[in-house]
Write a protein that binds this ligand. Structure first.
Ligand SMILES: Cc1ncc(COP(=O)(O)O)c(C=O)c1O
Length: 335
């Protein structure tokens, strides 16, 4: 057996270059491509006090022939514009942001890892207006950056089944902001996630406010059973994952019956007896859940291992992303 090379933790290393644009006097200026380095910011910058920030995360893949393709960039840019809008931040121009991403990928081409690695792209937007009295005034100056990071596995255990704590007391985010990819939502999930880790050795918390299943701190949640896939229908309370959307489409292609609707913890535990559960996201791809923990009691999901339907869908999505099977939905763009 060959041993796995030691990889840096997900997101801990940045590629050599980043793109930066500034918004001032009602318009975005031209962007610059720069060596990745620290930035200077006023201590009064709006973001540092009032959390006026949002971000995105998606991947570019290197194929066996060396060509690099980016996965569903337009959908991520659309989500970033929506996040900015909901936070009263200046919306990035879609064409400019796409060009910033392409220029960064092109400059960092050598840093795109071989499959199963990828180059993770991280657009980031934040309010820079220097005014500590602007709690109820949106920033009229902002910075947009695109960072890149070579990545491998998100969960350090690779394909190990996850332990998930069901939390029906806390909320991950305010109900109108769950669909916004903003730092405050992650800060809000941190306390419950750390407690779940130390008390139950849980990998993640599945937030289920009022007993209705929602999502985890950094991924959407799906159930599978007998050719059937179930996930919560979209509303403003959770992030509209691009991976979730891709999997719903692929489920249909592969003959699974996809269903989007609300379901509660009791129904989820019933499904888990002889079904499968998984988390979906750009970073996690599709990660199988082996154990659900609810009010101190452990429930095994199916066999307790990553299930065959989860593995099949994951393998199908990864094969499309890596160019091994046809991209029938036009999700990949060459860069
Ligand atoms: C809270 C949350 N939900 C869901 C997702 C999955 O979204 P996507 O599939 O677009 O990466 C993410 C990851 O980005 C996330 O942070």
């Amino acid at each position: 057996m060959t041993s796995q090379p030691q990889r840096p933790a997900f997101g801990s290393v940045l590629a050599s270059h980043m793109a930066v644009a500034h918004y001032q006097s009602g318009a975005w200026g031209a962007f610059e491509l720069k060596p990745t380095a620290s930035i200077e910011i006023s201590p009064a910058a709006h973001v540092l006090h009032y959390a006026s920030t949002c971000f995105e995360g998606f991947k570019a893949f290197r194929r066996a022939d060396g060509k690099v393709h980016v996965f569903r960039m337009d959908k991520h840019i659309q989500r970033m514009r929506q996040s900015a809008h909901r936070l009263a931040l200046p919306e990035p121009d879609a064409a400019q942001l796409a060009e910033m991403v392409r220029v960064v990928i092109d400059r960092c081409r050598e840093a795109v890892p071989e499959a199963p690695g990828a180059l993770y792209l991280r657009p980031l937007l934040f309010g820079t207006t220097p005014n500590i009295g602007a709690a109820a005034t949106p920033p009229n100056e902002a910075t947009l950056m695109v960072l890149a990071s070579p990545v491998w596995d998100y969960f350090t255990g690779g394909l190990k089944p996850l332990r998930i704590l069901i939390d029906d007391e806390n909320v991950r985010s305010p109900a109108h902001l769950g669909m916004v990819k903003t730092g405050g939502n992650y800060a809000s999930a941190m306390g419950p996630t750390l407690a779940a880790r130390s008390k139950f050795q849980a990998d993640q918390v599945l937030f289920c406010p009022g007993g209705v299943v929602q999502e985890t701190g950094a991924a959407n949640f799906l159930l599978f059973r007998e050719g059937h896939m179930l996930t919560r229908s979209l509303d403003s309370s959770f992030l509209h994952g691009v991976t979730r959307d891709s999997l719903l489409t692929l489920a249909d292609d592969l003959g699974f019956r996809p269903e989007e609707r609300e379901f509660d913890v009791a129904e989820m535990l019933e499904w888990a007896k002889n079904g499968e559960a998984a988390l979906s996201g750009t970073a996690a791809v599709l990660a199988g859940v082996g154990t659900l923990i609810h009010r101190g009691q452990e429930f095994r999901v199916g066999s307790g291992q990553v299930g065959p339907l989860t593995q099949k869908l994951r393998a199908h999505l990864v094969a499309i992303q890596q160019g091994q099977i046809e991209d029938r939905h036009g999700w990949l763009q060459p860069v």
